[in-house]
Each structure stands twice: as C-alpha cells, then as structure tokens.
Design a protein around this ligand. Structure first.
Ligand code: SF4
Ligand code: SF4
Ligand code: SF4
Length: 297
C-alpha cells in the first residue's frame, strides 16, 4: 500500500496536486524571475527525468515542473537543491517576490530592484498569512512588475528639479511628461527674459522620463526613493494597491513600513481575506493612521 499524501504539507512548499490526482506541479522558488543558465539546465533535466519534459512559466515569474508523479517528488526536490533551486510556496502564505530588472539593466530604472527583492524574500518567504500574500518590486512608475496588483508593491520613484541655466527652451519636457506635470511659463518681467518651467507636484507621478530625456540635463533628481503601495490584488475581486507613502528616501523606513503592514495583516486579517479587502473592511483612514503613526502597526 502506498503511503498517504500530506497535501497541506506539499502545498506549503509549492508541490501542487493536479487534476490528475497522482501527479503534481513542482513550483520553484525564484526571486525577481532570475535563474542562472546552469540552473535552467538542471530544471530542464529534472523536467525530462521526472515530468513530461515541459516547464511552465507562471504569471508571477514562477517556474513550474508539471506532471511529476507523487512518488518522484522527493527525489526531484533533492536533485534540484545542490544547484541552488528550492521549492516555492502555495496557499495562505508569503509567495515569491517578483521584480522587474530595475536599474541594473533598464534605462528607466530608478532603484535596484534585485537587491530589494532578495532582501524581502529572505525576510518573509513562506510566512503564514490569512490568505495568499504577494510582494512586488518595480523599478519605476512604468510599473512593469505591477506593484499596484500586489499586496505589497514597491516602486522606484523620484522628484525632479529644474535648473534654469542649462535649459535651451526646446519644450520637449512639456510634451513628453505623461501627466502634463511640467508647464512652460513665459515671464517677460524675469531678469533673464527667458521662459521658465515649473513642476506641478500634485500631477507628477515620480517617473524618470524628464530627467532622462532632457537634452540639456536641465531636469535633475531632487529626491530619489520608493513609493509604497499596499493592498493590491487581482483575482475574483480585483483591487488596485493604495499608496501608503510616497518618496520614502530611507530603505530602513521602507523596510519598517513593510514589516508593520505585514504584521498588521497577520494580526487583523480574517481567514481567506486578502490584505486589500481587510483594508476596505477596517477603513483606509484607520489603517493608514495605524501603519504610519501607530506603535504596533
Ligand atoms: S518598471 Fe521601469 S525599471 Fe522596471 S523594467 Fe519597467 S521601465 Fe524598466
Ligand atoms: S527638455 Fe530640457 S532643455 Fe528642453 S525645455 Fe525642457 S528643461 Fe529645457
Ligand atoms: S517625473 Fe515624470 S511625471 Fe514628473 S514631471 Fe517628470 S516626466 Fe512628468
């Protein structure tokens, strides 16, 4: 007689039972979607040896080997580990952290997404939560890693400043700003007799388009940091993340706010209630106040 399968224990480490009940999907732990070439070779080898020679890419940068018979799961896991490939997570807990390439390779990148994603993964991966809990780090407001669709979403952000003396009045910035946050003001009374450019801070979404596009380097970075969104989710009841704080300049403060947010959810969230839905139940004003100014978070 075959031993009984502990489905809950399997699910916790990302071994997910398929509709073909004897077969499982092995969800692997990736951080920011990064794997080395030798790791990919090993995964391919294991997929051929224990699966059907197929690998599935999930919508959150996860990598799964499908169609592994339950009697081969442990053997496959043990053969993956020496290559630094570990099992992922499923069910009500912290999942893998997704990230875009960020400033490492992307021209628009404002922050190092990979380092931050690795830090968050190290701190929180697989912690139990009332429902699934997803984190994302995206390098700028282009939002390629969909920070606003995750329970915690960190977005690289900056505030620009205009230096009058460099400007050649080409007006590119006015046309290129996606939210029309830059205005050209013709002030004939000014000493320079040159038009001025002003930033409407309320309209600015903190991207890097003006600072990277100005041909005269007239828009420079005044503040660089992180915008933190909480409570985003897709699924059956979608909800975009709400901004908890803009332009956080200290990484320590960012980590502290994420820590407070997660602990608050672990304490106050109801079983099978997503973080964003908990926020809506309690009320944004109260949640924001407690996270930004409360002792416990
Ligand atoms: S979010 Fe920004 S930094 Fe990240 S990949 Fe997209 S454009 Fe590049
Ligand atoms: S793009 Fe640069 S140089 Fe051109 S108007 Fe704007 S600030 Fe001036
Ligand atoms: S940072 Fe982006 S949104 Fe803000 S002024 Fe520059 S281009 Fe416009």
């Amino acid at each position: 007689m075959e031993p009984e399968i502990d489905l809950a224990a399997f699910k916790k480490i990302g071994m997910i039972q398929q509709k073909q009940k004897e077969y499982f999907a092995m969800r692997l732990r990736t951080v920011g979607g990064d794997l080395t070439a030798p790791q990919l070779k090993k995964i391919s080898e294991i997929a051929e040896k224990y699966g059907k020679g197929e690998v599935h890419l999930s919508t959150r940068q996860g990598l799964e080997i499908h169609n592994v018979h339950h009697t081969n799961l442990e053997k496959a896991r043990l053969e993956l580990e020496p290559a630094g490939i570990y099992m992922g997570a499923c069910g009500p807990r912290v999942r893998i952290v997704v990230a875009c390439p960020g400033e490492a390779t992307c021209r628009w990148g404002i922050i190092d997404t990979k380092i931050l994603a690795a830090e968050l993964d190290k701190k929180y991966f697989r912690e139990d939560t009332p429902h699934k809990f997803k984190l994302s780090v995206t390098g700028c407001p282009h939002n390629c890693a969909k920070a606003t669709e995750n329970d915690i979403g960190v977005m690289g952000a900056l505030l620009p400043r205009w230096i009058a003396s460099f400007c050649n009045d080409c007006q590119l910035c006015v046309n290129i700003c996606p939210t029309k946050a830059i205005e050209r003001l013709e002030d004939k009374t000014a000493k320079t007799k040159k038009p001025g450019y002003i930033l409407r801070k309320k309209k600015c979404i903190n991207c890097s388009i003006c600072t990277l596009s100005c041909p005269a380097n007239s828009w420079v970075i005044a503040i660089k940091g992180y915008n933190l969104f909480i409570g985003g989710t897709m699924g059956k009841i979608p909800r975009l993340g709400t901004i908890l704080k803009k332009l956080i300049t200290s990484k320590e403060e960012l980590h502290a706010l994420i820590e407070k947010s997660l602990r608050y959810y672990q304490r106050e969230g109801r079983k099978k209630e997503r973080f964003g839905h908990m926020i809506d139940r309690i009320g944004w004003v109260k949640v924001k106040e407690e996270l930004l100014h409360g002792k416990q978070g």
